[in-house]
Design a protein. Structure first.
Length: 295
């Protein structure tokens, strides 16, 4: 039986219209093994230590940039007598996706299984990345116009710079094993998960995925469970309910409208699944969240 450590399911602003959060943290005793279903990157400002991602270890020091995929088991260790000071940024996979057929930065996800999950920056590259993150941090904590648009642009720039450095630092043998953008990567679970993220608002069944990715429904079900710790049905419900929570909090849409928007055919089905998951019906969830935000 596969063991999954702590499952962290939330972060600030996760259920808002812009699921993104960046913070500056000091770790004196590392951080316990955990996994989560959102994307995260970190950048070390000072201190030394190490981290483990799916049992692959690397050192951490000023200039270490790490990109952690959803569902990967991640643990941080601080060296004795040290404090690790770092930026942590958590955000939804949706922020990397573009409308239509444009894949956006989703290619980063498929390549992560072969290329290193981190880079070590030096000199001018290190200072440039730090400056970008400081700008992002200040913008996040500000109230200027077009704040979310600018943050999304900075997020993409940071990840693109990370990816370029990663390709430069990866051994040639590793780089040669990565398919070019647009090549088929059906051996990876990430194209499947990416497809579910883009289509969960529509009717979606394992048989649809089997036809799309030329795999058996049982095999797709297996790799989703291995990666996420959830069955396909629970994974699909989780994505829909997360979107629903965001709409309940940030819009005036009716519950019926929200049910249809996130992929449920009826209010009755949506309300039942929402209550089973959250322990409360959607209307009461909206009231509770509005009350919490004004008190």
């Amino acid at each position: 039986m596969t063991y999954f450590p702590d499952y962290l399911k939330t972060y600030p602003n996760m259920h808002s219209s812009f699921p993104f959060h960046i913070s500056k943290n000091t770790l004196g005793h590392g951080f316990r093994a955990h996994r989560h279903d959102f994307l995260e990157f970190s950048y070390v400002i000072e201190g030394t230590g190490s981290e483990s991602i799916n049992d692959v270890n690397h050192e951490m020091r000023a200039g270490t940039f790490t990109f952690v995929l959803p569902y990967q088991v991640h643990e941080i260790f601080t060296d004795p007598g040290q404090n690790l000071v770092l930026y942590n940024c958590m955000f939804s996979m949706d922020l990397l996706m573009e409308s239509g057929s444009d894949p956006g930065l989703s290619g980063l996800l498929g390549e992560m299984t072969a290329l290193p999950a981190y880079v070590q920056l030096h000199g001018q590259d290190q200072q440039q990345m730090l400056a970008l993150l400081e700008e992002m941090y200040q913008e996040y904590n500000g109230t200027e116009r077009y704040r979310q648009t600018l943050l999304k642009g900075k997020l993409k720039e940071i990840l693109i710079r990370f990816d370029r450095h990663r390709w430069k630092q990866a051994p040639l043998a590793e780089a040669a094993a990565i398919p070019l953008h647009g090549a088929k990567t059906h051996h990876s679970v990430w194209p499947i998960i990416h497809y579910i993220h883009r289509n969960y608002q529509e009717e979606l069944a394992l048989s649809d995925l089997a036809a799309k990715f030329a795999m058996s429904a049982s095999r797709i079900s297996e790799v989703i469970k291995q990666t996420t710790g959830q069955t396909f049905v629970h994974f699909l419900h989780d994505l829909r309910l997360r979107h629903a929570c965001s709409l309940l909090v940030s819009t005036e849409m009716s519950v019926t409208e929200i049910a249809l928007e996130v992929g449920y055919g009826s209010y009755k089905t949506f309300s039942r699944i929402f209550r089973e998951s959250k322990g409360i019906v959607p209307k009461d969830y909206r009231k509770a969240e509005h009350h919490r935000r004004v008190t």
